[in-house]
Design a protein around this ligand. Structure first.
Ligand code: G3P
Ligand code: MG
Length: 476
């Protein structure tokens, strides 16, 4: 059963003549209608679809005339499709949260029976964790994150799982591969069913586009990501280099690339869209191919369109400009920097602002999708088809995690272990629940608010259910 109606998101049923992606299939240069309209829902965009680069640029355009400048035809700029419900089966890993012994389960359930108010409060709260700068720095865990997840997975006085999902602007590999990696780093099981990468909701686009150029990430791992999402014809930049290495004079193409690449005659391929899923590892090639296809006639390589309405759309999985890594100096540039550079190139070549769509935090579409993942995670861990009311976003980036959470009506906690390093709250996008030194401090504060100041962040295997009850400590 679909979980959403368009009306749930303030999306009107498209009136005749409305600019909706579903309206335009037969119009030249228009966006397609999804093949199976019931599987996606379009969420109004938070950001404008017009390039950010213009404001940073001098007028260096090669064609300064705006005579041919098109009006906005990219109706995706005003709505971002997401799946109506999480497609668990396509993305699932085997990891499940919690592997406790049966006796521990029995004891915990006895304790929970004695503490129904607290249990209800524990199921009515949830966490959405950013990853980079909150749980990890690249492949290095933030130590407090391990204890945090252990506590939320049941190492607490009730032995109860407090619902939580991971909501990252990172990406570039399959959900299953990333969850396996995170489970190892953080020493806690992390399931794909509680996990959202920047590009996870973009699987909805497979209902709209068949042939896509997919850029970003290590090696050619994103090929599998896009294929898992259901795109029928996935092209990786290295496939094009394998066909004709001269397309990218400054790119690189190794023997390993050749083994994985799938060259074909790209003069016969018509691209429907460009998807930038993660940080480029070959800027020269990715810039060149994005520009080639953006300026092409209806997505055909080696052509140049005279009609801007024949240009294909481009999607970015997220818009962060900087992110924290294990580098000792200032934060590093990320996908937003690639996009702004591409926008500038497009503007310089055409005189027009590049239209694009950006998923990821702080887009409303991402948070709407997160709600749905959380609801289905509740079903898995507590067998309850409900959405907790008190959701806490724990993030390090005021410009994505915090502003997005604030706009969506969640509680927001800003931590000092990543992008944000200040003493006081961020002046532009303050976290409404406060600023904390690390994720553990933030989670403890939130749990104490919802479950009581005396709540114990440790399971006591020797607890006696007979003497335990409301208001009594589980620690003997
Ligand atoms: O590229 C930025 C990305 O890695 C940020 O990830 O987990 O902080 O949203 P996260
Ligand atoms: Mg972060």
């Amino acid at each position: 059963m679909p979980r959403f109606d368009d009306a749930d998101f303030g999306v009107d049923a498209a009136p005749s003549g409305a600019r909706s992606p579903r309206d335009h299939r037969s119009v030249a240069g228009s966006l397609p209608i999804p093949s199976d309209a019931n599987n996606t829902v379009e969420i109004p965009a938070t950001r404008s679809s017009i390039s950010d680069a213009a404001q940073f640029m001098h007028n260096l355009s090669l064609s300064p005339s705006t005579r041919d400048r098109r009006g906005s035809r990219n109706s995706f700029g005003t709505s971002l499709p997401i799946p109506r419900s999480p497609r668990v089966s396509r993305l699932s890993s085997v990891a499940r949260a919690g592997d406790e012994s049966v006796s521990r389960d029995i004891l915990a359930s006895q304790i929970q029976d004695m503490s129904q108010e607290k249990v209800a409060a524990a199921k009515n709260m949830a966490f959405a964790f950013d990853i980079d700068g909150v749980l990890c720095h690249g492949l290095e865990p933030i130590e407090e994150a391990k204890e945090t997840l252990r506590m939320l997975n049941g190492d607490n006085e009730l032995g109860i799982k407090i619902p939580h999902i991971l909501l990252t602007n990172g990406g570039g590999k399959t959900e299953a591969a990333r969850c396996k990696q995170l489970s190892e780093i953080l020493e806690q099981p992390i399931s794909t069913d509680q996990f959202i990468q920047s590009h996870t909701p973009m699987q909805a686009l497979s209902e709209y586009y068949e042939t896509v150029l997919v850029c970003g990430g290590e090696g050619q791992a994103i090929r599998e990501v896009a294929e898992n999402y259901g795109f029928k014809n996935v092209v990786h930049p290295k496939d094009i280099l394998a066909w004709d290495p001269t397309v990218s004079p400054w790119g690189f193409f190794t023997e390993e690339d050749r083994l994985e690449a799938k060259p074909r005659d790209f003069t016969k391929v018509k691209f429907d869209a460009i998807l930038v899923f993660a940080d480029s590892r070959d800027y020269a090639t990715d810039f060149q191919l994005c520009i080639d296809l953006l300026l092409a006639e209806n997505g055909k390589m080696l052509t140049r369109s005279k009609n801007p309405n024949e240009r294909i759309p481009i999607y970015f999985s997220q818009g962060d400009l900087i992110f924290p890594t294990n580098h000792k100096g200032p934060t590093r540039l990320t996908l937003g920097a690639f996009r702004i550079a591409l926008e500038a190139q497009y503007k310089a070549l055409t005189g027009e602002d590049m239209e694009r769509v950006i998923y990821g935090k702080p887009e409303r579409a991402t948070y709407t999708y997160a709600d749905e993942v959380l609801r289905s995670w509740m079903q898995q861990i507590h067998n309850e088809n409900t959405l907790p009311q008190n959701i806490y976003m724990i993030g390090d980036n005021p410009m994505s995690d915090i502003i997005g959470g604030n706009m969506y009506g969640w509680n927001t906690c800003l931590v000092r272990t990543g992008v944000f390093q200040g003493e006081d709250n961020d002046p532009q996008n303050p976290a409404n629940f406060g600023v904390f030194d690390n994720v553990l401090e933030a989670v403890k504060a939130a749990v104490r608010k919802e479950l009581g100041q005396e709540f114990k962040f440790k399971w006591n295997p020797k607890v006696n259910p007979v003497v335990h009850g409301e208001g009594q400590s589980a620690i003997e």
